[in-house]
Design a protein around this ligand. Sequence first.
Ligand SMILES: Nc1ncnc2c1ncn2[C@@H]1O[C@H](COP(=O)(O)OP(=O)(O)O)[C@@H](O)[C@H]1O
Ligand SMILES: [Mg+2]
Length: 264
Amino acid sequence: MPIPMASTELAKFPTRKVDAHASLELRMDSDSSTVLRTSGLTERYPSGGGEITVLADLDLEISRGERLALTGESGAGKTTLLYLLGGLDRPTSGKIFFGSIEMTSLNGDALGDLRNQKLAFVWQQSSLLPEFTALENVSMPLRIRGVSGADAERRAKDRLTEVGLAARATHRAGELSGGEQQRVALARALVTEPEVLLADEPTGNLDNQTGERIISLIEELHLRHGLTSVIVTHNSAFAARCDRVLELREAHFAGATMKGRSYV
Ligand SMILES: Nc1ncnc2c1ncn2[C@@H]1O[C@H](COP(=O)(O)OP(=O)(O)O)[C@@H](O)[C@H]1O
Ligand SMILES: [Mg+2]
C-alpha cells in the first residue's frame, strides 16, 4: 500500500482548472440516496509467488449523509477498501459507483477530476507540508485548482476557524502538535467542499483524549457540511458512534452493526 506522502497528496490535485473537464458529468441522480456503491469488489495482491485476496466480492452501499465506520484487524484490508472507494487505486475486479457514475470505467483524468471535486481524505499520519504554514497547507488544494490567492486564503481561514485553529494560521505545520495537525488536515480536506470524507485511522497516532476531540470534530463537520463519511478506526467506542459499523475479516464483511443492532 503506498504511503500517502505529501507528494502523492499533491498528485491528487489537477494542475488545470476543473472547468476544463466539463465533459465529465458529476451530477448525482436527484433521487439517489446511495453515494458510493460497490458490486463484486475484489482486490488481490501478488504474495510470495502466489496471490492473496484482500477483498472478496464485496457489495456495499453507502447512503448519502451516512457515517460508516470500517473496522477489522491490522491487515484486514481497510486501507485497501478506502483507497478503492476514493479512486486512488483500481480493483482487480468488480465495480465502484459514485452515484450513477461508474468510477471503475473512468479514465485516469476523469477519475482524478471526480476525486478532486467530490472526495476528501484524512490519513493517520500527517500528510501536511511541514515547512508551510497551516494557512498555506489549507489553501493549497484551492491554489492548485487556480483559485486566486485572496479567495483561497479567505476560504482556508474559514475552515481553520471552524476547526478552532484560526490563531495557529501562520504557524508552520511541522511545529503543530499531532492533534492540531489532524485539525489542519480536516480543514484542508474540507476546503474544497467535498461530498465524501474518507478517513483512515484519523486518531491512530493520537492519545485518547485528543483522539476523542478529533472524532467529535469529525462528527460536527460531518453534520455541518452534509458529508457522507467513511471512517476507519480501531477504536470501538468511536465506531459505535457511527450510523453503521462494518467489520472486515478474511476479505469479507464479517459483522455489521447499525445503530447498536447486530445484523451479521
Ligand atoms: N500494494 C500491495 N501489494 C501487496 N500486498 C499489499 C499491498 N497493499 C496491501 N497489501 C496487503 O493487503 C492486506 C491488507 O492491507 P491493508 O488494506 O493495508 O490492511 P489494513 O488497512 O486493514 O491494515 C495486507 O496483508 C497487506 O500486506
Ligand atoms: Mg490500514
